[in-house]
Design a protein around this ligand. Structure first.
Ligand code: CA
Length: 247
């Protein structure tokens, strides 16, 4: 695909990060090239499993093909929306029936394009969605995973809408875990990020803080279900499961 210039395109200062969920190699690589050419950074997930792994607070917009090999696209849309409720989702679909589109929008999609679409149209919708998200959401001070909401500037944490009080290191640890939600954070990474760059020695303090965090987070949900211990490795903050109620 050749890069075509669009007169109204403004290259964002901080590149917006677009997660492309598309199993078709031709379309996927074409989108990567086109968006990169427009100043976006891209992450390409060829299936639903990879999309769920890649979805994080760092993603500014999700382009979601509904026809995927490993999961129904609408179901994936619902789960991605649960993981990051504030990230706009633009659905790409070969299904043009009104019912499919309505179902997709109900599942948390913000807009849709029926394949085949024009690149200019896609870019216009993409810009509109990012703009609509507003300047506030453009900063990286808000982090959300399921019902957990962290304002890193104000150092405030809400769980299911209720503010919880954390000690400074507990807060830093939670931010590290939440930024890497769904992924393992090694003990070494936690120690060096939260405590000291040149740390070495006992990591017992880490376990103590994890225990405290679990207790505080658990006051507003099942205790211990959010942070999983990875024996000999570290910890993982769990992404919300599909069984959790939608908000
Ligand atoms: Ca497809």
């Amino acid at each position: 695909m050749k890069r075509t210039p669009y007169p109204h395109t403004v290259t964002p200062r901080r590149p917006h990060n677009v997660l492309i969920v598309e199993d078709d190699d031709g379309i996927g690589s074409g989108l990567v090239r086109a968006l990169t050419g427009e100043g976006y950074t891209t992450t390409w997930a060829p299936d639903a499993a990879d999309a769920l792994r890649q979805a994080s607070a760092d993603i500014d917009l999700i382009l979601l093909d509904l026809g995927l090999p490993d999961m129904d696209g609408v179901e994936l849309c619902r789960r991605l929306h649960q993981i990051s409720p504030r990230t706009p989702i633009l659905v790409l679909t070969a299904r043009s029936s009104e019912t499919d589109i309505v179902v997709g929008l109900d599942a948390g999609a913000d807009d849709y394009l029926v394949k085949p679409f024009r690149l200019a149209e896609l870019l216009a919708r993409l810009r509109a969605l990012i703009r609509r998200r507003g300047p506030d959401s453009d900063d990286e001070s808000t982090l959300s995973v399921g019902d957990l909401l962290i304002d890193t500037d104000a150092r405030r944490v809400h769980v299911a809408g209720i503010e919880i009080d954390l000690r400074p290191k507990e807060f830093d640890l939670l931010v590290l875990l939440a930024r890497n939600a769904g992924k393992a954070v090694t003990r070494e990474q936690a120690m060096s990020d939260v405590w000291d760059e040149h740390w070495f020695g006992s990591t017992k303090t880490l376990d103590v803080h994890i225990a405290a965090l679990r207790q505080r987070l658990g006051e507003h949900g099942p205790q211990g279900s959010r942070i999983t211990t990875l024996r000999g490795v570290g910890y993982r903050y769990e992404l919300p499961s599909r069984d959790e109620p939608e908000r």
